[in-house]
Design a binder for this molecule. Structure first.
Ligand SMILES: Cc1cc2nc3c(=O)[nH]c(=O)nc-3n(C[C@H](O)[C@H](O)[C@H](O)COP(=O)(O)OP(=O)(O)OC[C@H]3O[C@@H](n4cnc5c(N)ncnc54)[C@H](O)[C@@H]3O)c2cc1C
Length: 325
């Protein structure tokens, strides 16, 4: 069995969850023992679970009796109840690359006495066992991890796998389970959602990202924001720009920031440290503007412009405006 541990977002499945489901389907279709079971928690679990069939689940177990922000321990109890209901003696549990998945994976593994591999970018079923590949040394190497034992837990990296398009005819009956009983040790008393204008960074088809080379917060709000607006994209940043207080942490791209997979990633005044590049492995095309021709970003970029961004970016904005008029 491959069980995908999911927390519903309202009445839908979050994108990282859909990516994990698609991976589960691919693994089982490629020879790993099935079925694909989706275990969904959160108040909208039954409705969201309905979607899981079209995305590749053979069986869907929903535990709707709990807030998605609930004590993670209780969510783990709910998911383990689903695992047992599905006959869980052996198999693989996949957790998505969102916040819930990152938190639930090690907890599930601990409770099952299973091995866990996190931020996985590739999974293979070979010789009767799961082999998971994950970046090591800040993305400079790839480690292949074998998960021995009857159960393994894999948390997939956000954006490392593409979510398949739903198959409209594929439907089924969602099985509803009661929430597991247990003492609540933590309660979320308030959730503050950040106001995000424009295209969300993780979904943007174009990301215009800036680094320390921009020299201050203004170019992010002016030149980069304008270029992103013209290209229908979003502004991103390196950790150095975040640490300098020029942009909020929500804009950080990289190993400890967001993973993005746009059609075009434009890196302006970013050196291209491995920790930054770890966040753009899924970018289709990378273009870099940097005044240092030796900057490592040029090894990742398809097109590089050596020069001062202060000359190049305004000229680029004019050129895009001219193309659009
Ligand atoms: C555990 C760990 C996790 C990390 N996670 C992340 C992460 O998630 N994301 C991340 O980004 N970093 C991360 N880092 C930090 C990373 O190692 C780098 O320090 C950081 O990415 C550097 O940011 P930068 O490229 O903006 O700055 P710098 O490395 O200082 O590069 C600035 C670049 O701007 C160029 N430049 C300067 N002036 C101009 C100009 N006028 N015109 C054009 N180019 C110019 C310079 O030539 C230089 O290449 C992490 C580090 C560690 C140790």
């Amino acid at each position: 069995m491959v069980l995908v541990a999911l927390v519903a977002e309202g009445e839908t499945l979050p994108r990282p969850g859909r990516e994990a489901l698609s991976l589960a389907r691919t693994l089982v279709d490629g020879g790993a023992p099935g079925p694909v079971v989706a275990a969904v928690t959160g108040p909208g679990a039954v409705q969201a679970g309905g979607e899981a069939f079209a995305l590749g689940a053979d069986r869907v177990l929903a535990v709707p009796g709990r807030e998605a922000t609930a004590d993670r321990k209780l969510l783990v109890d709910d998911l383990l109840a689903a695992w047992e209901q599905a006959g869980g003696q052996e198999g693989l549990i996949l957790c998505p690359g969102d916040e819930a998945g990152r938190e639930l994976a090690p907890r599930l593994a601990f409770r099952l006495g299973a091995g866990v591999a996190s931020e996985v970018v590739r999974v293979r079923w070979e010789g009767g066992r799961v082999l998971a590949e994950r970046p090591a040394y800040g993305g400079k190497a790839v480690a292949t991890v074998a998960l021995p034992g009857p159960v393994g837990v894999v948390q997939v990296k956000d954006r490392a796998f593409e979510a398949a398009s739903p198959e409209p005819g594929r439907t089924g009956q969602v099985e509803e389970l009661p929430a597991a009983a247990g003492p609540e040790r933590l309660r979320v008393v308030e959730e503050v959602r950040e106001e995000a204008g424009g295209v969300p960074l993780e979904e943007a088809p174009v990301v215009v990202a800036g680094g320390r080379g921009l020299g201050g917060p203004e170019p992010f709000q002016e030149e980069l924001a304008e270029l992103a607006r013209l290209l229908g994209g979003a502004v991103g940043a390196s950790l150095a720009a975040v640490d300098a207080g020029w942009v909020p942490p929500a804009l950080q791209v990289g190993q400890t920031g967001k993973s993005v997979a746009p059609e075009l990633y434009l890196a302006v005044g970013i050196s291209g440290a491995s920790q930054h590049l770890a966040g753009i492995t899924g970018a289709k095309h990378v273009v870099a503007i940097n005044k240092d021709r030796e900057a490592p970003i040029f090894r990742r970029a398809e097109l590089g412009v050596v020069g001062d961004w202060r000359e190049i970016v305004p000229a680029l904005i004019d050129a895009v405006r001219a193309l659009r008029s």
